[in-house]
Design a protein around this ligand. Sequence first.
Ligand SMILES: [Zn+2]
Ligand SMILES: [Zn+2]
Ligand SMILES: [Zn+2]
Length: 495
Amino acid sequence: MSDDQPQPSRGLVSRIGRKLKKTKTTPDQRRNTVDNTTKRQPQRLQKRNASQPFPDRQEGINELGERTYSIWSETSTLVDEVRRDHTDMIHGLAHHGSFDSLIEGTRTIRLEEDEEVTEAQMRRIGRCEARFKKVSSDVWQRIASFLNPADAAILAVTSKTLLEKLGLAPLDALTLPENQRYRISFLNHLDRHLPNHLLCYPCATYHRRFSRDEKLKADFINNPLYLCPKVFSTYLPRMRLTQGRELPYSFIQLATRHAHSRHHGIHADRLSRRWKDASGWSHQSRYTIHDGRLLMRIRSQIFAPPCLTPTAERMLLYDREDYIPFFSVCKHWQNGELMRLCKCALSHVPGPHQSTLDRIRESPNLKAWVVKPGFVARQCDECRPARRCPECPTEYLIEITMAEDKNDPVCRFKHVLVVTRWSDLGDGSSPTSSPEYCAINGVKVDEGYDSFSHVGRRAVAGIFESKVSGCIPGQRMISLNPKNEKLGEAGHGWY
Ligand SMILES: [Zn+2]
Ligand SMILES: [Zn+2]
Ligand SMILES: [Zn+2]
């Protein structure tokens, strides 16, 4: 304030000084000074701009060293107007700090809401508790006897009153080896409260995770996610993807748990991989979450030469060690028409382009010369449609397309056999009770799985592609095993 206020004595001295200077200067000198000032002006302005925010503090001050104020003027204080910096204002509107604080904010709001709801319901709960107390322990135990061990344990831990009435017996029952699947079902309810732990199915216990940033590696045995005491005595739940590639069940858990929060698991996209077999097949896997379940797509392809003999077809399709296809299949691949359709698709690969001279030499086969085979493979009505396995949520699409072979300098573009598999891997609840996962791996569960009754308006392939690529495959979908015969290895002539 004090710097900006005009001081009368200093103003008077400066005015007298200026008058004295005016009298001493000649017209030539004056011209020089004017020239000098005009020349220096830009420099002075620059200096002022750099050091002083307000260029002329004497402006608006009268001869008496006072400021004149109009009642209509906007400035009404003695302090110079502070210029508003609009960029500062815009930056002030921006969000500062991490977005975690926003999440925390919503969490607190939600918690408050919950508390409000709890408060509103507290009286009702209190009345219910009083009624529960009136019912004798024998009646409660009778009610619990109609429930399965998991539900009885959940009932026991619902409230303090019920725990008093039922005792620890329902919880003790879960420790019995025959009740292990109920124990897993009970522990699944705690999943959202334990982000740093992962449920181990062989132990039926939560183990602490080594890291929150797990990566799916081909050698998952030597890269465990947690320290399990039964690591050498039990079988780690997993499913076969292709030859030499498996998916541990823990990664299905992590991907489905990601719905709770990013600390609970990993995003489904991070499971996607590309790899190539020694057999020449190349594979590409992709995952997404839909309705709390993990959906998978594996696209496998290999260069398909034309006019293959039956033996060459088998060499192309099967692993000769365990006689399983090189591409990804569900457990029921032998029961349907999958392998016959693959062989049918291979038969549609057109032969190599022949020169006119070669064709004339081959005469009298003139018909084949007139009807020139094109380079595009046309599949028949048998092998073109997508197929759905009637016993599990798996769908297949067999295609013959073109691909570039960078290693072949003569023939760059070749036909490839592409087998795409879509599967629903379930909700990650358990490798022994999740209906979709059990159906895919041929594990028998109480309810069973009827694939076509579970298909709603859209099949797995349609849901997956609409989420991931935005376009649904145009092929119609029919059953992989229309006659529903289960002849297994002996029948169907799959080999
Ligand atoms: Zn364990
Ligand atoms: Zn065909
Ligand atoms: Zn199947």
